[in-house]
Design a protein around this ligand. Structure first.
Ligand code: FAD
Length: 504
């Protein structure tokens, strides 16, 4: 390989997702004359649009798929190379692409994202969702489906079960409550009525200083039926054309896609709690194993047996059980330190363990000593923040400038929408890593808002805000300034007190 002619760039970024594109843009604004190459496997890049800084740490934006030309027009110093990286040789500072080209780099940033953790890769009736291509495949298969099984309890599963219409959904979650990645059981109970009929429930505020929820029994199930209803969503598309090895979909990825099955119903969701998939069968295999009794009659192309003993048939299974970092092409011949979750370990300057190699976004694992109020989650916001900060670190290194860990890593914050509710997560919103030494305050108005505050030693360390609570900025300030809130006690969530004025 060393003998083959190669073009060397000052900076090479791998990956046209949000982390890679933000990194390239940041580098180009820091050093406009630098020759920067973006190597990406997908024919489109992801760009941040409508960026809005909501508060000190909360940010909102849309993500759009764009052709490469948009980037090159804005930053003439950028060369975009459309190919997948096949191998990396950190000793010779070079990488080889799938089409046989070799590129040298002085500094490299790997932003290759992640790929779905599928239950199995060789069953056509098991689908994962990652990119536009896989979302289109889901839409196609769904149009003739009567029943699907969704396995997983993260953001994708949550959005999917809420969005799918015209099809029975069996939702298998390994936890005691839905949305375990984002919520506790209390918030899950608040959201669950949204899976029922589409009706507006308004009730008087109930203020409970501590919360208790009844966990479903292990292996228990719940069913919600929405009856006959067809909504008329319009099909809109953010981009066009198929995507190979594409970047992860954007927030509201389902907006442009009609997720409707073959039946004339709006929503039928059955929940199977605290169970995982034990086995996957074809209908032929099921016939040959008479001990398997499906829960429902019918002939389906695929059956799954859950660890709660139940067997269900369906048209297809959506495997939404998380992502694994896309590291494989970079590991051979190199000595990258990998984290337990398989990500490339990065330090507080986004540097991996290999010289001159940085990483950002879903592919990396933040291994610096975290602020007491921050944790890594593989989300859009963090992919953008990491790409931005990696770009700055790379530029600072070349310009021999010093750079401190960015403020965005001080406090975890995320805004999203689940079941049509605005959801704001701040700090240790689920008491992550706090052990038993914390206290929860809760205010809940059914169908309207759910407010949870996590206190440790009298100080606010996290919050979950569901609905239009208008509390995010005040709570963010209280978390950041670590004021002792002991004197306020439960009054902190008194709905009759304008908390914003109170702490002004
Ligand atoms: P990606 O977006 O995955 O981009 C990786 C890029 O690297 C791609 O361009 C790919 O083509 C390229 N690439 C990969 N391998 C190679 C290679 N060998 N050579 C060259 N190029 C390569 N997050 C939220 O915050 N909110 C949400 O609502 C949300 N919803 C989601 C819904 C779905 C269905 C999915 C899958 C994810 C969702 N996420 C959400 C997570 C979010 O999409 C990711 O955290 C984010 O996209 C990560 O960005 P990234 O740039 O690190 O990686």
């Amino acid at each position: 390989m060393a003998d083959r002619k190669k073009k060397t760039f000052s900076f090479v970024i791998v990956g046209g997702g949000i982390a890679g594109v933000t990194c390239v843009e940041q580098l180009s604004s820091q050093i406009p004359s630098a020759d920067v190459a973006l190597i990406t496997a997908s024919p489109y890049i992801k760009t941040v649009t409508n960026y809005k800084q909501v508060s000190k740490t909360l940010e909102e934006f849309d993500v759009a798929e764009r052709p490469f030309s948009v980037l090159v027009e804005k930053f003439p110093n950028i060369t975009v190379i459309h190919s997948a990286v096949k191998s990396l040789h950190t000793q010779s500072h070079s990488l080889e692409t799938a089409d046989g080209r070799i590129f040298g780099y002085e500094k490299l940033c790997i932003c290759s994202g992640g790929r779905p953790k599928l239950l199995t890769w060789d069953n056509p009736y098991v689908l994962g969702i990652r990119d536009t291509d896989s979302a289109q495949e889901l839409q196609k298969q769904l149009s003739t489906a009567k029943r699907i099984i969704v396995v997983g309890n993260g953001g994708i599963a949550l959005e999917l079960v809420y969005e799918v219409e015209g099809c029975e959904v069996i939702w298998a979650v390994k936890d005691k409550a839905i949305g375990n990645t984002f919520f506790d059981a209390g918030a899950a109970q608040f959201l669950i009525p949204s899976l029922e009929v589409e009706k507006t429930i308004r009730a008087a505020p109930c203020k409970r200083p501590r919360y208790t929820t009844e966990d479903p029994e292990p292996g228990a199930s719940q069913t919600f039926t929405a009856g006959l209803h067809i909504s008329d969503k319009n099909a809109r598309r953010h981009g066009s054309g198929p995507i190979e090895a594409g970047s992860a979909l954007g927030p509201d990825w389902h907006d442009g896609i009609v997720l409707r099955g073959a039946e004339q119903v709006s929503r039928i969701v059955s929940l199977e709690y605290q169970c995982e998939v034990e086995k996957i069968f074809t209908s032929a295999e099921l016939l040959n194993s008479p001990q398997q009794t499906p829960e429902n009659e019918g002939s389906w192309p695929i059956y799954i047996k859950l660890t709660n003993g139940k067997t269900f048939g369906c048209d297809f299974v959506v495997s939404a059980t998380g992502v694994v970092p896309n590291v494989e092409p970079f590991l051979h011949d190199n000595n990258f330190a990998l984290a337990d979750d398989g990500g490339l370990q990065v330090d507080d300057h986004m540097m991996t363990s290999e010289p001159d190699v940085y990483a950002a976004g879903d592919v990396c694992t933040a291994c610096w000593v975290h602020s007491a109020l921050w944790q890594q989650m593989r989300l859009w916001t963090q992919a953008r923040q990491m790409g931005w900060y990696a770009g700055r670190c790379m530029a600072a290194n070349v310009l021999s400038e010093s750079i401190e860990l960015d403020f965005c890593f001080e406090l975890f914050s995320h805004i999203t929408t689940f079941f049509n509710y605005k959801v704001v997560l701040l700090g240790k919103f689920n008491g992550q890593g706090l052990g038993p030494d914390h206290e929860l305050l809760l205010r809940c108005t059914k169908g309207q808002e759910y407010v949870k505050v996590v206190l440790s030693g009298g100080r606010m360390v996290g919050a979950v805000l569901i609905g239009e609570t208008d509390l995010e900025e005040t709570f963010e300030n209280l978390i950041l300034n670590q004021m002792d809130l002991t004197p306020y006690g439960e009054e902190l969530l008194n709905p009759n007190i304008d908390i914003e004025d109170y702490f002004d």
